[in-house]
Every structure is written in structure tokens, then in C-alpha cells.
Ligand binder design. Structure first.
Ligand code: GRF
Length: 196
């Protein structure tokens, strides 16, 4: 399975995927490219350190959103991918891309969808809202991407306890370590091996 990973930040989910391929937790899949909308995303450094093609397509380099969208689609198409993984990618995908890769795009979201998701719910903010609401359990979700925000069919979820004294940062770290970095590689492996 030819996999492309789209990133915007530190790339700890990407690192979990890279490690899972190395350890054999992911089989029958290869990460062909990492694409970021940020030239300085540390995720691109992680790609280069692992001999993976690292590309950036930045909105500010284009005269219009349409031209950015076309460039992003062209870049993705050039790698002949079977699966696109959004791992902390903070750009709304062009509907044309979603249509073209229907049921071949997955996303990791740091909550138990349908809680704390939708427009504006990403990164640390998700955990701030979970703590504000006082939930005792949160977690992460891997789902297929459709035209909505965090609305596609759910593939895997993993619950994580919220503990007294948790700050958003502490909770985010626990959700990443105990949930995101486990269910995202599992989803990729299971798609690559026809389990999903
Ligand atoms: C994190 O908030 C994670 O929960 C979400 O994207 C953000 C960046 O993750 N999936 P990463 O370290 O860039 O993978």
C-alpha cells in the first residue's frame, strides 16, 4: 500500500507510523511521501531523517486558494498513492481531492468523536474544551475523511482517562501516547492488509 502523510506540525503521529513500519507493526505498506503546508514543519525533518520524500505546498506561495488546491492535488497525484493519512494537517482539503480519493483518506482526531470535534476543534483546544466540560474519559478517533469536518465513518477509537490535576498539555500528551500513536498505525496496517 503506497501511503502519503499530510502534516502541519511536529509530526509525532508521523513518527509513530515510521516506527511501526520499521518494527513490523505495519506490513504491506510504504510511506512514499510526507507533504506539509508549512516549510518548517519538524515533520518534514523526520521524513528526511528516514529517507522519505519531504514536500511542502504553502498557501502563501499561490495567488489564490484555487491555485493552492490544484498544486496540492497535483503533488499528491504525482506519488500514485493508495492511501492519504492526515496526521495533524490543519488545512481544509479541497472537495475535489476528497472526491478523487473517496474512502482513501483517513484522519486522526484527538477526541472520541462526536465529542469535541468540528470546526475550530484541533490541537490543544480540543483538550481545553474536554477539561472545561469535565469529562472523565476522552481519547482519539481515526476516521475516513468526507466533505465534512471530522464527520466520515469511524474506523477505530481508543479511550483515555482524564485524571485530577490534568492540564491541557498533560492530557494531550497522554492522548497522543496512549491512543493516537496506537490506533493510527493500526488503521494503516489493517487497511494495507485488507482487514478494513
Ligand atoms: C496533535 O494535536 C494531534 O492530536 C493531532 O494533530 C496535532 C499534531 O500532531 N492529530 P503531530 O505531533 O504533528 O502528529
Amino acid at each position: 500500500l503506497r501511503v502519503g502523510v499530510l502534516v502541519s506540525g511536529g509530526g509525532t503521529n508521523l513518527q509513530a507510523i515510521i516506527d511501526a513500519v520499521k518494527s513490523g507493526d505495519i506490513t504491506n505498506a510504504s510511506i512514499e511521501v510526507v507533504i506539509s503546508n508549512k516549510k518548517d514543519a519538524y515533520a518534514l525533518t523526520r521524513a528526511k531523517e528516514n529517507g522519505i520524500a519531504a514536500e511542502s505546498v504553502c498557501i502563501k506561495d499561490f495567488e489564490s486558494r484555487e491555485k493552492f488546491n490544484d498544486a496540492l492535488i497535483e503533488k499528491i497525484d504525482s506519488y500514485n498513492l493508495d492511501l492519504i493519512v492526515l496526521a495533524g494537517f490543519l488545512v481544509v482539503l479541497p472537495p475535489e481531492l476528497i472526491a478523487k480519493y473517496r474512502n482513501r483518506i483517513i484522519n486522526i482526531h484527538p477526541s472520541l468523536i462526536p465529542s469535541f470535534c468540528g470546526n475550530g476543534f484541533y490541537g490543544l483546544h480540543v483538550h481545553e474544551k474536554a477539561l472545561e466540560r469535565g469529562v472523565k474519559v476522552t481519547g482519539a478517533t481515526v476516521h475516513f475523511v468526507d466533505e465534512g469536518t471530522d464527520t466520515g465513518p469511524i474506523i477505530y477509537q481508543k479511550a483515555v482517562e482524564v485524571l485530577p490535576g490534568d492540564t491541557p498539555e498533560i492530557l494531550q500528551k497522554r492522548v497522543m501516547e496512549q491512543a493516537e500513536w496506537k490506533i493510527l498505525p493500526k488503521a494503516i496496517n489493517d487497511i494495507a492488509n485488507g482487514i478494513i
